[in-house]
Design a protein around this ligand. Structure first.
Ligand code: GLN
Length: 605
């Protein structure tokens, strides 16, 4: 199947076939290059490379080496020490201009020869040869393979390097260079002679696009801040005296070389490389510039292009009352949730969270003013440091207002710096667990009763409709029939397929009703509902011809009061007036449970 990106690249290469410009000839060996050679490579930050044309033809890297040597100098010496020797101001001059800044005596930037020779001298190493060996290995770690020197180009350039020799000696005179200028000149000429192909260059560019991590090897070659600095200097100075035109028309940090190569970097997305030896008046590949302009326009690669607005991080926001945890709670608690469910809100976040997205989240939450906020961050991709800090600040704001936040974050997308201090926010593996937390918290905050109090089981049971709605006389009869049963955590109370065993009212602990998963009994069972003290189970079998359909298990040590099927049977024949009251209460509760189940079925996924 044809890849449309490959097709597009082949089409524009066919369309931009201009033959303007001339091959560089100030280095004799370069003049011998075949002017019609052409290659284009586009490397993505996940390691894929598209290739068109002569992508295996090798040529000398020339000035495309400059940003990488500058990166090594920055890494070896730190930004301050390097800045003392080389500035970062665009010069508006040709690459080989013999110039230094009037006031400081520094070369204006590391992309012109004076600055590049200085940067080469700042690479760590006892001699030019040692510095070069490190430089060669360094370039290789960007390309993802070991590189070599084209000795013919090297010898040819060194023999005719009169202008660069003049620059090196001038730098020595102004004490910008400290050692032997010939030694550094030799190092610089060698670095320009490193042999690459267009795929190598695209991979080197993609490493910069990927924040300094080589896409294929996964190696962090360059730190994030140094990558940013190198790209900034490429953006302002990489195309010499055409830098302004380039950044306007193409809008990507770039670097050209006299052998006809250009690299361009779209941070976070791709590294591009083009090769065509005919140069324009600025010493940049003529066809290469045309192609980059075309790609930037067609593929919307200009850095200043506004690709998307940032309001998209909140995928959905809604009150807790729209959800159900599928947890059956006593009626009082259920009433608290109905009254206060809107005070708890769920925010589902997705995509990348950079400054603007985090700001939007913060503003929205502050405007909602919730008492409890659940952030579901499972669909977040990239979370910038500034976004983390904004969310932590939001948590502080919430706490100051007496509110609390929780996150659904099974993969640790938002690690909490307060973990283990007691200050951390609760973290849950799924939304159901977070909703249970929020519901419990609302009951704790707004209910009359402390749900955590250990010994209120019997009081809660008394509020169950089955017992509460009975007349005192009937209640006494029923009390005499109730059996108190206990089950250990994990024990099965009712098996599916069994017949109606009676109504079980939970006094303490917790029970879950499950059914087999789609894969049958070997599959992970699906939880239908979790039941708290004060709720009941077992009676639903009456709705299915007396057959128990779900498996009821004690999810914690469980204590129940059971009105057994036999007792109910006896009551119906012996004390029909009491039985009528019991049936009426059970019917009432049954409708209530059915109504909630219906609501739960349309909410949580
Ligand atoms: N080696 C070349 C020089 O210094 C590099 C120049 C370039 O590619 N622009 O002259």
């Amino acid at each position: 199947m044809r890849n449309p990106v490959q097709q597009y690249l082949e089409d524009i290469v066919a369309q931009c076939g201009d033959t303007d410009g001339a091959v560089a000839d100030y280095i004799p060996e370069l003049a011998a290059a075949d002017p019609d050679r052409f290659a284009l490579a586009l490397a993505t930050v996940d390691g894929h490379v598209y290739e068109v044309g002569d992508t295996d033809v090798r040529y000398s890297i020339q000035s495309i080496s400059k940003p990488f040597t500058y990166a090594l100098a920055l890494t070896d010496q730190g930004p301050e020490a390097v800045a003392e020797k080389v500035d970062v101001e665009p010069s508006g001059e040709a690459f080989n201009e013999i110039s230094l800044a009037g006031d400081t005596g520094r070369p204006r930037n590391p992309m012109i020869n004076a600055g590049a020779i200085t940067a080469a001298s700042l690479v760590a190493g006892g001699s030019g040869a040692e510095r070069f060996d490190r430089t060669l290995a360094w370039y290789g770690s960007f390309a993802g393979r070991e590189l070599e020197v084209d000795e013919a180009i090297h010898d040819s350039e060194l023999a005719t390097a009169h202008r660069n020799r003049a620059i090196a000696h001038m730098l020595r005179e102004f004490r910008v260079l400290e050692g032997d200028p010939e030694d550094t000149l030799a190092q610089y000429v060698r670095q320009c002679s490193v042999e690459v192909d267009t795929v190598d260059l695209a991979r080197m560019a993609a490493t910069l696009a990927n924040g300094g991590v080589q896409p294929l090897t996964g190696e962090r070659v360059l730190s994030g801040p140094t990558t940013e600095r190198v790209l900034s200097v490429m953006a302002t100075c990489g195309m010499y005296d055409a830098a302004g035109d380039w950044i306007s028309a193409v809008g990507m940090p770039a670097k050209s070389g006299v052998s006809g190569g250009i690299i361009a970097v779209l941070p976070g997305q791709v590294g591009l490389a083009v090769f065509s030896p005919r140069l324009d008046a600025h010493g940049n590949s003529a066809r290469g510039v045309t192609l980059c302009e075309r790609m930037s326009r067609d593929m919307e690669m200009h850095l200043m292009h506004v690709g998307r607005s940032s309001r998209t991080a909140v995928r959905a926001a809604y009150p807790l009352s729209r959800l159900s945890s599928r947890r059956r709670r006593p009626e009082d608690d259920q009433a608290v949730l109905e009254a206060h469910g809107d005070r708890a809100r769920v925010y589902e976040l997705h995509g990348d969270l950079l400054f603007a997205e985090a700001e939007h989240v913060a503003r929205r939450v502050v405007a909602d003013d919730p008492e409890l906020a659940v952030f579901d961050v499972r669909r977040l991709d990239d979370v910038a440091q500034v976004a983390r800090e904004t969310l932590l600040g939001l948590r502080t704001t919430l706490r100051e207002a007496g509110a609390e936040a929780a996150i659904v974050d099974p993969d640790g997308v938002l690690p909490d710096p307060d973990a283990g201090t007691g200050e951390a926010s609760p973290v849950f593996p799924d939304l159901v667990a977070a909703v249970v937390w929020a519901e419990d918290e609302l009951v704790r905050r707004h209910g009359d009763r402390d749900p955590d109090a250990p010994d209120d089981g019997d009081a809660v049971v008394a509020e169950h409709p089955l017992l509460r709605d009975l007349s005192p006389g009937a209640r006494e009869v029923v009390d005499g029939l109730l059996e108190r049963l206990t089950y250990a955590e994990g024990e099965v109370v009712l098996e599916p397929g069994g017949s109606f065993a009676g109504v079980h009212v939970i006094v303490r602990g917790e029970a879950v009703a499950t059914v087999d998963g789609p894969g049958g009994p070997d599959d992970e069972p699906r939880t239908l509902v979790t039941m708290n003290p004060g709720t009941s189970f077992g009676e639903l079998a009456l709705g299915t011809d007396g057959v128990q359909e779900t498996r009821i298990r004690a999810s914690r040590d469980l204590e129940v009061l059971r009105l057994g099927a036999d007792a109910l049977e006896r009551l119906t024949t012996e004390r029909p007036e009491v039985a009528v009251e019991v049936w009426r209460a059970m019917t009432h509760d049954g409708y209530r449970v059915a109504d909630r189940a219906l609501r739960a079925s349309v909410t949580l996924g």
